[in-house]
Design a protein around this ligand. Structure first.
Ligand code: FAD
Ligand code: 2HG
Ligand code: ZN
Length: 466
């Protein structure tokens, strides 16, 4: 252990108590690897503060001893941002699990950064409300991690991403200063919005300790439909039409035929609709009508028009009961785990201009198959947001496949990260997506809020080492 780190650890024990500073390798190892298993590091210590005062004291100590900290929530981020890849100290926020009573009048709740999405959803439901973001890692992903990555998920077409749910935060900046604005004022134009600045900052500017979150009305009776379509072009066009014609549309998710068949094989179940389609579209809506199924079926039929797409509607699997809806959702939500079951996955999480989305999916799949015929490529994502996840497994060891995919994204005017962030995985690519002026502005913000570069120094920017 470097001497500054040893002194930090000794002082940290006095702040959080010896039980909350882990240094034995068998204790720290689980904190040094994330869900993907692609990102694995090592750490001299894991520190687990119990409140904002302890977080602030730890940041001040880290500054004094020049120790780098990696803020960590549920380790479900997919770009290596919460992993101590360069031997940093891990600051785990999972003890910050307080959930205050739901403010039923405002439709808001204040929760600790370590609260999981699942616990937040349950608390909201108990008070007659719902939370606007949902994603498959709901039982592990934390509010702090979701704010730090500006998580998107399955309902962005309806409610927006995480930043749209954040009304205020409490956070400890890299300076050690505590900023707190949890009054729940929806309208509050009093200068820079620090809460929004922290959304998507990937633990590089401040450590979120609490958040004031907007809640949404719970959905009415839900209908889920899974359709097999002749092409990704058809899926994109169909989804675009449904955004304007399907009342209460909540989710528009697309998958290629190959991804769907591999996921069905992983789950050991047959596809409930046309098994040989080139693309699949999962639609969820709560149309608030007397007969929600009929309303959805009508909208799908109108969107499909004549011919092959009409067949897709005829053959669609449609579900209303919770258990049946969940079965259809499994074909979508299990895509990441189906890929992971084949090995360590290269993940690219990208957005394309809608007009480029289908062409990108077709071309990138062919380009990968031509160059690495042994690789399995999964393409799935939130087609309603122009966001597709490219998962490649069993291909090359290095970064070649990432480069091939991201090159196409940049050439087509897309973004190299739609929802997971830059992390360590894509920081090499940041200058291809962001201009020098943008990167310099971001560095200036980093310098102001984290002058010693102690918060996640190896994330987002190319090296910012101590
Ligand atoms: P971590 O992985 O622990 O950390 C992520 C980043 O946030 C790191 O940079 C870390 O340093 C920082 N951080 C963590 N806590 C704090 C804090 N309190 N203060 C400041 N910085 C902090 N993401 C989507 O956007 N949409 C999806 O649909 C989606 N689906 C997923 C499905 C699966 C099966 C999996 C495994 C992941 C999925 N994700 C998705 C990615 C992931 O769940 C989200 O990025 C989530 O927001 C990460 O939360 P976490 O608590 O696990 O954060
Ligand atoms: C999803 O939409 C997540 O399922 C995860 O964002 C994507 O694992 C991935 O690549
Ligand atoms: Zn996603």
């Amino acid at each position: 252990m470097r001497s500054g780190t040893a002194e930090f650890v000794e002082s940290a024990e006095k702040v959080v108590g010896p039980n909350h500073v882990l240094t034995a390798t068998e204790q720290t190892e689980p904190y040094a690897v994330d869900w993907t298993r692609r990102w694995e590091g090592h750490t001299p210590a894991v520190v687990r503060p119990g409140d904002v005062a302890e977080v602030a004291e730890l940041v001040r100590l880290a500054r004094r001893h020049q120790v780098a900290l990696v803020p960590q929530g549920g380790k479900t981020g997919l770009v290596g941002g919460s992993v101590p890849l360069a031997g940093e100290v891990v600051l785990s926020l999972t003890r910050l699990t307080g959930i205050e009573p739901v403010d039923r009048l405002a439709g808001q709740v204040t929760v600790g950064a370590g609260v999981t999405l699942g616990a937040l959803q349950a608390a909201a439901a108990e008070a007659g409300w719902a939370f606007g973001v949902d994603l498959a890692a709901r039982d592990s992903a934390t509010v702090g991690g979701m704010i730090a990555t500006n998580a998107g998920g399955l309902h962005v077409v309806r409610h927006g991403a995480m930043r749209a749910q954040v009304v205020g935060v409490e956070a400890v900046l890299g300076t050690g200063a505590v900023v707190r604005r949890l009054r729940g004022l929806v309208k509050d134009n009093t200068g820079y919005d620090l809460a929004q600045l922290l959304c998507g900052s990937e633990g590089t500017l401040g450590i979120v300790t609490r958040a004031r979150l907007r809640l949404v009305a719970p959905p009415g009776p839900l209908v889920v439909a899974l359709l097999g379509l002749p092409s990704m072009t058809a899926a994109v066009a169909f989804a675009a039409t449904l955004r304007t014609t399907l009342p209460g549309v909540r989710a528009l998710e697309a998958m290629t035929g190959d991804s769907m068949r591999r996921t069905a094989a992983h789950l050991g179940v047959a596809l409930p609709t046309t098994p040989t389609a080139s693309a699949y579209l999962l639609v969820e809506a709560d149309p608030a009508s007397d007969d929600p199924t009929l309303t959805v079926a009508d909208s799908l039929t109108r969107a499909a028009g004549e011919g092959a797409l009409g067949d897709a509607v005829e053959n669609a699997a449609v579900a209303t009961a919770a258990g049946e809806r969940a079965k259809l959702w499994r074909f979508r939500e299990a895509q990441p785990e189906a890929a992971a079951a084949l090995g360590v996955v290269h993940k690219m999480d990208v957005t394309l201009p809608t007009s480029e989305l289908a062409g990108f999916c077709d071309d990138v799949a062919v380009a990968i198959a031509d160059r690495w015929p042994e690789a399995a490529t999964f393409l799935y994502g939130h087609v309603g947001d122009g966001n597709v996840h490219v998962n490649v497994v069993g291909g090359p060891e290095g970064e070649d496949v990432d480069d091939l995919v991201l090159e196409q994204v940049v050439d087509r005017g897309g973004s190299i990260s739609a929802e997971h962030g830059i992390g360590t995985a894509k920081k090499r690519w940041l200058p291809r997506d962001r201009s020098p002026a943008e990167i310099e502005s971001m560095r200036a913000v980093k310098q102001a809020l984290d002058p010693d570069g102690i918060l996640n120094p190896n994330v987002l920017f190319p090296p910012f080492c101590l």
